[in-house]
Write a protein that binds this ligand. Structure first.
Ligand code: SF4
Length: 229
């Protein structure tokens, strides 16, 4: 048996944008890394833009992402996230194949302007995993891959979907979970009101959920970190 760790081979890098430069071997790990890095670089924070995820999680994370952007660079390559991305891509492709051409859009980006009580205008931006369109309605699809099915559907996922229903004016969304124990789906028709969006933007409840600090890259410097014994 001849098994060679790829990193020992002389590199001819597969570049994401310019096509293959050489095919002595294909470094798939590097390809995934470069794709993730590119995606992260394309989604830089802007001061007057709030992402949908900002509305459903600890508000301090947005502040830290703007102030210490380099601190999350290492998050670009975490196996659970990459596994989740690959599941997303697979399901998105399945949707494309299952519906007639033009009926399904994937990774749909959108934004809506809201005016805060002090008159400041900000934009809320989000990216829906998929939107299925018929003649008279639009239905969202939000894909979640988790390591466990305990407690699903999770509150912050339902809130995220409610925010997408508002942002994209969806009739409802399907929240689908892929876990080792269960693959199941929930229909969420409720949506955020603009008042609720503004309330979330102005919220200073940090963390929003106590468990967030355990997985937070900013816990190394955050005075609000919730600790346990
Ligand atoms: S450590 Fe906790 S409180 Fe601080 S930013 Fe992270 S999630 Fe928020």
């Amino acid at each position: 048996m001849n098994i060679i760790p790829i990193y020992f081979l002389k590199e001819k890098i597969l570049e994401v944008n310019s096509g293959m430069q050489g095919i002595d071997y294909i470094n798939l790990v590097q390809l995934i890394y470069q794709l993730k890095l590119k995606e992260m670089q394309e989604h830089r924070r802007e001061k007057n833009v709030y992402w949908v995820t900002d509305l459903v999680r600890c508000p301090l994370k947005r502040y830290y992402e703007i102030t210490y952007p380099e601190l999350i660079t290492s998050q670009v390559f975490t196996p659970p996230f990459i596994q989740g991305d690959l599941i997303h891509k697979g399901l998105e492709r399945l949707l494309k194949e299952a519906f007639p051409e033009g009926k399904v859009s994937v990774e749909v980006e959108g934004g809506k302007e809201v005016v805060l009580p002090d008159g400041k205008k900000v934009t809320v931006e989000g990216r829906a995993d998929a939107i299925i369109s018929s003649d008279d309605e639009k239905i969202g699809v939000e894909i979640k891959s988790l390591r466990s099915d305990v407690g699903i559907p999770l509150d912050h996922h339902v809130d995220q979907v409610r925010a997408y229903n508002w942002l994209f004016n969806l009739s409802y969304s399907i929240l689908i979970y892929v876990t080792p124990e269960r693959i199941t789906q929930y229909m969420v028709s409720d949506k955020f009101s603009e008042g609720e969006v503004i309330e979330r933007i102005l919220s200073n409840k940090a963390p929003r959920y106590p468990w967030e600090c355990t997985y937070c890259p900013y816990s190394v410097l955050c005075p609000n970190k919730v600790t346990s014994k």
